[in-house]
Design a protein around this ligand. Structure first.
Ligand code: ADP
Ligand code: ADP
Ligand code: MG
Length: 647
């Protein structure tokens, strides 16, 4: 068994790997950029090495520096985590050439699965059903258009080197093909340095179903069942669960066997995921589930598999990398209960999921979040009661840390495991809604609301689910008038009798008191009554200074002071539009002096591999415009200033 390990990553996955390594008695080395000098993964590791400036290209993507750091700290092996260099065959080879152990599949396996077209051809040869489409060498636009016609619209154009949901275009009919192809190729060339595309039939009622596989160096390959990751936004996963709702045993057996064939075809060693796309219009059927791609690494959503199987996948990775055989045979791997995960991001769903970064002044996850009865959450009486779920949090930050603008703004992953899917959902909702974060905005409220939507609870899901329910789940959780009244009253007249059952709410008392929201609270309903009902439960009121309290409800927080109210979801703007993170201006829709109306599109910014639209906070006039399309901007740079119209 290896005795020391360097983790070539940051954030929650670095912390996750360190935890298992330490449990196994393996010494750990971390690497860090300028921005991460005091990050949690650095604090947790036995040793840490600075590898460069904040931009990933100058630090976490510098394979040479990472290998030097491993040698300098005497680490025997390198674990790449996910993202960054994890699927870089050249880096894997360099690690091996340096005489170190690579915790992952062979460079040859990584390469074989690296490009989507080559991977699909290989899989078709191995007898795995692949998504129907064109995966030829000829990239002549006219030829591609003819092929798209043969496949039949709608089709999906995909960059063969794409990843992270980027480099894909859905085309509904032939007229749009040429433009979509050109724009897809442009994006592919700039993001992946390779503009080759393939064309796929766009599967209707699509469900993303993937199988966790594991191989060792003794020729064994097993599967650890499937995950359903259909809840996506812009082709990126938001909620993942295991097992897949509605999957029967025979279909599961077929699918998992196909995944093992796929892994064996590339002599796969270590943890990997075979991603499939399913046509869920008539339930899940083995002949309607097609291979899409393979991810040759540990996946973000691996915890849901760990929860239902009881297997520590990182431990298996380290054992396999040390040359040990897989700890369990296929018939010894069993599935228990249901697990579901949500990705908690520093972003504002009410503003088009704009990143919201900064220092986590408050970050607390209630330790005893206990699911209560269904009707208490939903007011629907769907279930009489729910048993406790096992709740797990994976994070790379703690209170006081920064969510840095340089990397993925994920704050944490919430995982809930219970006997039944319903109970797991209740646990997840509780975690999302009871977490206190201040001052940045998060998607906690959105996540909690998503999983209690009736269709989701009934297992009616597909990759269009979020888009269809966007209005109901991303309402601006403004402080409702009754809440403002209630708190204002409490602040000015502590102990006022007409706040019903409220108790213990007094300023300058203990750091944490509670207020009981009564039925009077039903005035707070967001946009749909069926989702946001109010229950008779206690919401935490956290007072961390002498004249302010923080109220968190359904994952959104408000800070109340006697003088004014600030909402993390309700920010009163002075009209200055600042860049939320370093990025590039893609387009500017307005000019100086122009009149704008509230919500009007001002400009589009590309940051963190996504495009973000910035809009006018109120009616007014563009008083200042400091950028043009193509400009690079720093975080918090003033982009536009709107002067309110004088009425
Ligand atoms: P998955 O299917 O596991 O979500 P993707 O293909 O979407 O994988 O991308 C890999 C994951 O790696 C993404 O979730 C992406 O956000 C993440 N990632 C990329 N860079 C980083 C980083 N610097 N830190 C943490 N995660 C990252
Ligand atoms: P990436 O490398 O970005 O993860 P994938 O090929 O895995 O790219 O596709 C990402 C997502 O796009 C899938 O999870 C699925 O939601 C959607 N998708 C991909 N291919 C198809 C298809 N043929 N039909 C319908 N949806 C698809
Ligand atoms: Mg994928």
């Amino acid at each position: 068994m290896i005795k020391s390990l360097l983790i070539a990553n940051r954030g929650e996955i670095a912390c996750r790997i360190i935890r298992t390594a330490q449990f196994m008695g393996i010494r750990t080395s971390a690497v860090y950029s300028d921005a991460d000098a005091n990050a949690l993964h650095v604090r947790q590791a036995d040793e840490a090495v600075h590898i460069g400036p904040s931009p990933a290209a100058e630090s976490y993507l510098r394979g040479d520096r990472i290998i030097e750091a491993a040698i300098a700290t005497g680490a025997e092996a390198i674990h790449p985590g996910y993202g960054f260099l994890s699927e870089n065959a050249g880096f894997a080879q360099a690690v091996i050439d340096a005489g170190l152990v690579w915790v992952g599949p062979s460079p040859a396996s990584i390469s074989a699965m690296g490009l989507k077209d080559a991977a699909k051809k290989l899989m078709a040869q191995a007898g795995v059903l692949v998504t129907p489409g064109y995966m030829g060498e000829n990239q002549d636009p006219a030829v591609l258009e003819v092929e798209a016609g043969k496949i039949g619209y709608p089709v999906l154009i995909k960059a063969v080197a794409g990843g992270g949901g980027k480099g894909m275009r859905l085309v509904e009919n032939g007229e749009d093909f040429a433009d979509a192809l050109a724009s897809c190729k442009r994006e592919a060339a700039s993001s992946f340095g390779n503009d080759h595309v393939l064309i796929e039939k766009y599967i209707l009622s699509p469900r993303h179903i993937e199988v966790q596989v594991f191989g060792d160096t003794h020729g064994n390959v097993v599967h650890l069942f499937e995950r359903d990751c259909s809840l996506q936004r812009r082709h990126q996963k938001v909620i993942e669960e295991a097992p897949a709702p509605g999957m029967d045993a025979a279909t599961r057996e077929d699918l998992c066997c196909a995944a093992i064939r796929a892994a064996k075809a590339v002599d796969y060693v270590g943890a990997g995921t075979i991603e499939f796309i399913a046509d869920g219009s008539e339930g899940l059927r083995a002949d309607r589930i097609w291979f899409m791609e393979m991810n040759t690494r540990l996946q973000v959503e691996h915890p849901v598999t760990e929860e239902i199987t009881g297997v520590d996948l990182v431990e298996w990775q380290l054992r396999v990398a040390s040359g040990e055989p897989l700890p369990l045979r296929q018939d010894e791997i069993t599935m228990n209960g249901h697990a579901i995960e949500a990705r908690l991001y520093a972003e504002d769903p009410a503003k088009g999921f704009l990143p919201s970064i900064g220092r986590l002044e408050r970050f607390s996850i209630p330790e005893t979040v206990r699911p209560t009865r269904w009707q208490h959450i939903l007011g629907t009486g769907i279930m009489e009661s729910a048993s406790d779920a096992r709740l797990r949090v994976e994070t790379g930050v703690s209170e006081g840390d920064e969510i840095s603008p340089w990397y993925d703004p994920m704050i944490a992953k919430f995982i809930s495991h219970a006997e039944t899917r319903q109970d797991a959902i209740v646990g997840l909702t509780r975690m999302c809604w009871d977490t206190v974060i201040w001052p940045m905005k998060t998607n906690a409220s959105f996540l909690g609301t998503l999983v209690v939507m009736p269709d989701f609870r009934r297992g009616r899901l597909d990759t269009g689910f979020i888009e269809r329910h966007i209005a109901e789940t991303t309402y601006d959780v403004e402080a409702a008038p009754w809440l403002l009244d209630l708190v204002a009253e409490r602040l000015t007249k502590p102990g006022s009798p007409n706040v019903g059952a409220a108790h213990g709410f007094r300023l300058n008392t203990s750091p944490c008191s509670t207020v009981l929201m009564t039925d009077r609270a039903t005035g707070y309903s967001g946009k749909t009554d069926s989702v946001i009902g109010f229950d008779q439960r206690e919401y935490p009121l956290i007072s961390n200074d002498r004249d302010a309290v923080l109220v968190t409800m359904h994952g959104a927080s408000w800070r109340f002071t006697a003088a004014r109210t600030e909402g993390s979801h309700h920010h009163v703007s002075d009209g200055s539009i600042l860049s939320p993170m370093p990025g590039k201006v893609i387009s500017v829709e307005i000019a100086e002096g122009q009149a704008v109306t509230k919500g009007q599109k001002l400009l589009t910014l590309e940051a963190m591999k996504m495009e973000h639209t910035l809009t006018a906070p109120f009616d007014g006039m563009v008083a200042e415009l400091t950028v043009a399309a193509g400009d690079q901007v720093q975080v918090e740079a003033l982009l536009v200033r709107i002067e309110p119209s004088g009425d």
